[in-house]
Structure formats: structure tokens, C-alpha cells
Design a protein. Sequence first.
Length: 514
Amino acid sequence: MKSLVRIAIYCVVLLGLYYSAIQWLIVKDWAREDFSYGYLIPPLVLYLLWEKRASLRNVPLQPSWTGLLPFLAGIMLYWLGELAGEFFSVYVSFWFVVVGIVWMQFGWRMIKAIWFPLFIMLTMFPLPNFIFQKLAFQLKLVSSQLGVGMMQLYGMSAFREGNVIDLGFTQLQVIDACSGLRYLIPLIVLSILIAYFYKTAIWKKLVIVASSIPLSVITNSLRIALTGILYESWGPAVAEGFFHGFSGWFIFMFSLAVLLAEIWILQKLVPEKRKHDEQWREPASIESLSDTRQQGKSPLLYPPQSFAAILILALTLVFSQGIEFREKIPAQQSFARFPLSLGEWTGTRQTMEQVFIDTLDLSDYTMIDYEDAKGRSVSFYVAYYESQRKGESIHSPETCLPGGGWVFNQSGTVTIPNAESGKGSMVVNRAFMQKSDYRQLVYFWFPQRGRILTNAYQMKIYTFWDALTRHRTDGALVRLITPVYPNEDIQCAEQRLQGFTQKIVPVLNAFIPQ
């Protein structure tokens, strides 16, 4: 009875601490088709624990203070996720805290006994958004390239620019849904489960799991190729609605059949040696039985590790709710007032479709195409986020520009001298892109509360620090693009873009809170 009460106390404190993260996971993350498999993971974990119920009764109970290490790591990750606005850190925090509680309460032998259910728990957490976007983008490009190769092998005339496939009579856009990521992760999880239950040599298990990755990419490319082949006869219906969903389901089931066939082939090529296997079970030790009897007569919070864990969780919950960590949203001048005239540059304001605004989840933005007296142009785009809390983050151009067929030939950073009204230089990202005969030079950077940052990892670190010390997480993305004209070399475009950057940064400072 006391054990049930103790478990109830753990559940209540954990639910209070991780309520917002669990709610977001169930309502937001798992509702996305890419991660809808997450709904199946908790019942799967419970089944795996239930399946081991007989052997778990015989595991000696040896409470250990060593479990405090992953437990405290989880608490640190909790604060990092809460302040830096990253749900993934909070998710992993939850996992570490659970592992630490089990370790402290029951000992290392229990961790060894249930290592696989604990490992599978990790698969229910979506990847961080900036990692997910990069991975999905790369998979789209690979799937598009292989899909076009399959169509050409079939005899079709197909060409690819980024994730756009030109079939002559139409163009197919390989969107995020076709990246294959929504099939890759579930297939990897499925291959891990198959390998776990497949009683064989460890190298065969590793082969099965490793093969799921190229298998998923190849079968997804096959799906894209079939869509292109059938499009000519069946029209747009094969790329949307029921047929699109059914093709994804069919490809996944086909991949499962291939994994099972792979097991059959491995069994035929390298058969297992026949032997009489008996599942090893550790007998109940006197120490284990003694622990059980002691628990029946012990106080509610026995062993002392339980008291320490519940106390730390309760204090964390009190601090997270009682201390005011709410953001201070700074006053910001609307970008609708951004000037269309900058010296010799004259601009024309552009607008973005609402669907893209909703996807980017930004607070304010502007897009202006500037042109100088010689007809040379610079495309200016800035997106401002008044908050970068959990679920809201800046989308880097590195994950979207190449999707239109642009190839990054050169990328890195460049120093812009006298960029802030003579106050000094600043470092920005630089990329030279090419598509067919068209060339572009791109600068982009992330103004974040008085800093100029160049990558997502810097943004996460400073967002955490500024949320803790300044109660602010606002920030922006600035992107400048200029064509490299046929009659000029890249150095001319470089000088033009640097000169424009020097003019626009002081103006930007009046619109982006410092």
C-alpha cells in the first residue's frame, strides 16, 4: 500500500512539473503526422514492462545514491529547456529524471533489467526543430534525386532543381510530407523492436537496425518515382488525398516486409546453432527478500533516496511556479514603417502569403526589394520574434533556400567593416548560390538582444542566458540577397552587398530592440 502511495506522490509531482511539456507533446507534437507514431510508444513501454513482470519480481532491490547523478542532470536540463525555450531539453529532462528515480529507488540491477523499455521511451520525443528541419530538408533532396533517377531509368524525361521535379507536362514539389522522415523514424523504431525480440547474434540485430535507414530512403524515393510515373495517366489525384496517404502506408508495410525477408535470408545464410535455451533468471536473493520485508515495515518515504528525490522535485516545482520568469516583451517599432528609401536605394515592399506567416510563427516582418540608380537590386527580408519560447523559433535560410533548386557552392562567414555607423565590424553568414546560369550572393544573421549571432547553437545558449538574467528571448533573422549579374564577377556583388549592409544596419537598430 505504501509503495502505491509513493508512486502516486511521484506521479503527482512529475505531472505538476512537466504538465506543459506533456500537454505540448500530446496535443501539438504527436498531432503532427511526422510524429503521430508517438501515441503508440507509451502503451508499448507499458507492454514491455508487463512482458518482463515475472523476471522483475526476482531483481534484488538495492537503493543507490548513484541515481542522483542522472536525476540532477535531468533537473538541469529542465531549467535549460524552460529558459531557452526548447521542448526537447524538457523531454530529455523527463527521461533522465525517471531513470534517476528508478535507479535511486530500486538500484542499478533494475535499470539493467528494464533498459530496453527505458531506451524505447526516448523515441517518443520529437527531435529539436532546427535539427528536424535540416534532416527533413536533406532527406527531401536525397529522395528527389533518387526518385528522378528511377523515373529516368523507367524512360521518363525528368529533371530536378532542389526539391522540384520537372516532368515536362507538370512539376512535382517534394514537400515535407514526402521527405520520408515520417516513415524513417517509425521504421527505425520497428527495426529495433524486431531486433530485440529476434533471438540471434548481436551482429545480425545491428544489421537489421542499420538497414532500416537506407531501406526507408530507397522506398520513399520509389514512392516519389511511382507518383511521377502515374501522374501522367491519373493526374494530380495520385499526389494528394487518399492516394497520397495510401501510398505512404503501402511503402511502410512494404519496408516491414523487406525487414522480415531480411531476417529470413540471414537465418538461411548463417543459421543459428541449435541449443537448448533457457531464459536466465536471477533467483530471489536473501538480500532482495529482506529488502521487501523492510519496505513493508518502513516509513512512507523509504528509502531515503525517495525522500531526496521527491523533495528536489517539489522544490523545483515551487521555484518554477513561484519565481517570476515571465518574459519582458520589449516595445518594438512596426516594420510596416521601415523606410523604402536608403540613400541611392529605392525599395518596393512585398508581402508574404498568410500560410507562410502562420508556418513561420513570426511576430512581425518586412520584405523589400531595393534597387540603385544602376538598376542593381538587393532583396531585403527581416523576421522578428518577440518571444522564442518553447515551440517558437527562428527558421534559418540554410534549411529553405536550397529547396528551390539553389546550390550552396560557397558558405561560411564574412566580416562587414564599419557596419554599425562606424562603431566597428560585424560577422555575418555568407553563401554563394547557383541555379543553372543564375547566381546569387546571400548574407544573413540573427540579431538577438544587442548581439549579432550566426548559428542556432549560439541562439539557444544566449536565449537561455538572457531568459535567466534579462527575462527576454526576442530576436530576429535578417537576410540580404543580390544577384550576380552575367556581366560582373562575384567581387562586384560582394562590394554591393557589403555597402548595402553598412547602410541598413543602423536603420535596423531602430526597429530591432537592443
